[in-house]
Ligand binder design. Structure first.
Ligand code: ADP
Length: 274
């Protein structure tokens, strides 16, 4: 399996390398400030197709902001982001970033799925309808096609028996699994998970992590996982990024990060989980 960090093509001329393995996501020198607060500081990050990257670090270190930029929910203060080599943001004119045109953005965003801490399911729709909605309205699939896809996805997250239930009838863990099915049904190339279990009761965390692990093991999708579950990160990720104060302080394969952390900040951070 490709681990981007240890990619043997790393030292090959960048143009040549792009043809060998083009990153699915590239952050180029991204900075983001809210007023005087600089939340991200010159972030460079490439994610390879199929690569699973876990972001760990103290809260407030900028992890969610990094994910929100990729979803175009926020604008970078400087720098660019590419998805499959397509810019999400174009050049700056009079200090304002010019977005790629809406149609183009829509296409690029279609490759990205996101699961947040809070699952915003439509309360008045059945589970099946919740999962069918975007394939119908965004991808324009027929009702039959959308239903077939949605049923398969719900099977994959272990909720076949709940397709006619309403969100209020499900546990938090089940709702989060529906939210995962709803994102996956769009067949994104990149999935973002932003602390998908941190709003759940402890006894419901395991079932959601298991579903994410199973999806990860299928391999095709790149994943960016923001998590405080260190064992989970260790199991699932090809690469761990340790964030602190808006910077990537240290990164590497899980073994290296957890068994052999170099920076004092990472050592201190990890000691809280022991
Ligand atoms: P993390 O995900 O690592 O907890 P965040 O990316 O959520 O970190 O937040 C980083 C910092 O940016 C925090 O100090 C947070 O308060 C601040 N921040 C996030 N969003 C906004 C916003 N919309 N306006 C002002 N400050 C924000």
């Amino acid at each position: 399996k490709l681990i981007y960090n240890e990619d043997p093509t790393k030292n090959i001329d960048c143009e040549v390398r792009k043809n060998i393995v083009r990153p699915i996501v590239t952050y180029n020198n991204i900075s983001k400030s809210y007023g005087d607060l600089q939340v991200l500081k010159n972030i460079d990050l490439e994610i390879a197709p199929g690569e699973k990257v876990a972001l760990i670090g103290p809260s407030g270190s900028g992890k969610t902001t990094l994910a929100r930029l990729l979803m175009t929910l926020e604008e970078p203060t400087s720098g660019t982001i590419e998805v499959e080599g397509e810019m999400l943001w174009h050049q700056r004119v009079n200090d304002k970033l010019i977005k790629a045109n809406e149609k183009h953005l829509h296409q690029v965003r279609g490759n990205i799925g996101m699961v947040f801490q809070h699952f915003n399911l439509f309360p008045h729709m059945t589970i099946l309808r919740n999962v069918m909605e975007a394939p119908r309205n965004v991808l324009g699939l027929s009702k039959e096609e959308a239903k077939e896809r949605a049923v398969k996805m719900l099977e994959q997250v272990g909720l076949s028996s709940k397709i006619d239930a309403y969100p209020a009838q499900l546990s938090g863990g089940q709702k989060q699994r529906v939210a995962i099915a709803r994102a996956l049904v769009m067949r994104p190339k990149v999935m973002l998970f932003d602390e998908p279990t941190s709003a759940l009761d402890p006894e419901l965390v395991g079932e959601v992590l298991e579903v994410i692990k199973a999806i990860a093991s299928e391999g095709e999708m790149a994943m960016l996982l923001i998590t405080h579950e260190m064992d989970f990160a260790k199991d699932v990720a090809d690469r761990i990024l340790f964030f602190d104060q808006g910077r990537i302080i240290e990164q590497g394969p899980p073994k290296k990060i957890f068994n052999n952390p170099e920076s004092e900040r990472l050592q201190t951070f990890l000691s809280r989980f022991n």
